[in-house]
Design a protein around this ligand. Structure first.
Ligand code: UD1
Length: 418
């Protein structure tokens, strides 16, 4: 199925359960390489990116067993230290195996990573950190070669609070000799989840969730059972979809604190968002008002939700300004939304959105994961039929977006593309 066909206009209503977080399970899978003992991961979402990471691990020599929503990984017999180009180019997060491989085996050989087409995504901060910890870094035929007799603790200042660099360095440092400080570290909840997992393996990580993370290296780590946190990007996608369709939806399995920035912006636009323990209740029964959004590292408004939010702003009353500060070139959804009747003008990293009363269905193409989610949301509220192609991007990060939306009353079907 590489096409979603949506007949817009239905209000979403009902209850939806959010899956485990893509951005937490990917580093957790990498962290299983830090030990020769068995790790069990729970709350595993069924996503293409998870399958790709499992393939990376299997390729290195790990044994992986899957049972419903859990994965059992044994990295006791790792034989290779190389992650192949065909896998790494599909998913940037596969570079996260570099830190654990380097720390445990003193060697990692990685193809330069790929991933969503959302502008240049360098890995210089990861490499700078490995170098500071005593690794030799070289580039050979498109591969990064990392070697170290033993890693030693270091103080690493990140020029930007990169999520991936923070995670990679935290994993490497957990088996280094001595103490590492990561300064200007990413504060994302998924970083905290990884720190919790490393600590449950016998690691000594403190300060995760703040700007400075302290990691005291240990001799070895043991196996663990770890349940990943709920996916705040999936949750927010349903919140926005509920709001824009004038719906009434309860989300289960959420951590409302992780969604503060999104909830605040939805409330500012006139949406009712109520929190109750691990539930969020969203009602969008009023006319929505324009709001300005600026993406920032956590706890700011997440870049991953900029595109879905823009679909909502496209039909709000008034003019909104969206500024993307995290990634260059993350506006691939704009031209597609314009084809559905949205009025959007982009200048550099900002988009000015003049709300229209109605979007109209069209054939549109998803160029990356969250752009795909944005087009689905636009299709839910547009008149007529919207056909979204490039669905493989959506499947990287949403377990079963179409069936979950159908269960909430949306008219959305998967079809094979010609
Ligand atoms: C992670 C998330 C992704 C999210 C992003 C930002 C995962 C699997 N993916 O991606 O969904 O959109 O965080 O919240 O967790 N940068 C450098 N040098 C580096 C590393 C990053 O300049 O060495 C820059 C990037 O180009 C980008 C910014 O830092 O402009 C943020 O990137 P980063 O936080 O590293 O994103 P990812 O970890 O790839």
């Amino acid at each position: 199925m590489d096409k979603l066909v949506i007949r817009g206009g239905n209000r979403l209503h009902g209850v939806v359960t959010v899956d485990g977080a893509k951005n937490a399970i990917l580093p957790a899978l990498s962290a299983t390489l830090l030990t020769d003992q068995t790790c069990v991961l729970r709350g595993v979402p069924k996503l293409q990116d998870v399958y790709t990471m499992v393939e990376v691990l299997a390729n290195l020599g790990c044994s992986v067993r899957s049972d419903n929503c859990s994965l059992t990984i044994d990295a006791g017999a790792v034989k290779h230290y190389q992650a192949p180009y065909e896998l790494v180019r599909q998913m940037r997060a596969s570079f996260l195996v570099a830190g654990p491989l380097l720390a445990r085996f003193g060697r990692a050989s990685m193809a330069l990573p790929g991933g969503c087409a959302i502008g240049p995504r360098p890995i210089d901060l990861h490499l700078k950190g490995f170098f500071a910890m005593g690794a030799r870094v070289s580039l050979d035929n498109g591969r990064i070669e990392l070697t170290a007799n033993s890693l030693r603790g270091a103080t690493v200042y990140l020029d930007f609070p990169s999520v991936g660099a923070t995670e990679n360095l935290m994993m490497a440092a957990s088996l280094a000799k001595g103490i590492t400080y990561i300064e200007n570290a990413a504060e994302e909840p998924e970083v905290v989840d990884l720190a919790n997992m490393i600590n449950s393996m016998g690691g000594r990580v403190s300060g995760a969730g703040t700007k400075t993370i302290r990691i005291e290296g240990v001799e070895s780590l043991k196996g663990t059972t770890h349940e990943v946190i709920p996916d705040r990007a999936e949750a927010a996608t349903f919140m926005i979809a509920a709001a824009v369709t004038g719906g009434d939806v309860v989300l289960k399995n959420v951590i409302p604190d992780h969604l503060k920035a999104v909830s605040a912006k939805l409330r500012e636009a006139g949406v009712s968002v109520e929190e109750d323990g691990s539930l969020i209740h969203v009602r969008g029964d009023k006319i929505l008002k324009a709001v300005d959004v600026k993406t920032m590292p956590y706890p700011g408004f997440p870049t991953d939700l900029q595109a879905p939010m823009m679909s909502l702003l496209a039909v709000c009353e008034g003019t909104s300004l969206v500024t993307e500060t995290v990634f260059e070139n993350r506006f691939s959804h704009v031209d597609e939304l314009k084809r559905m009747g949205a009025s959007i003008k982009v200048e550099d990293r900002s988009a000015l959105i003049k709300g229209v009363t109605q979007l109209t269905g069209a054939a549109v193409k998803a160029a990356d994961l969250r752009a795909g989610a944005a087009l689905v949301i636009a299709g839910l509220v547009a008149s007529g039929v919207t056909q979204v192609t490039g669905v493989h991007h959506i499947n990287r990060g949403y377990g079963d977006l179409a069936s979950k939306l159908r269960a909430l009353g949306a008219d959305i079907q998967g079809e094979a593309s010609p």
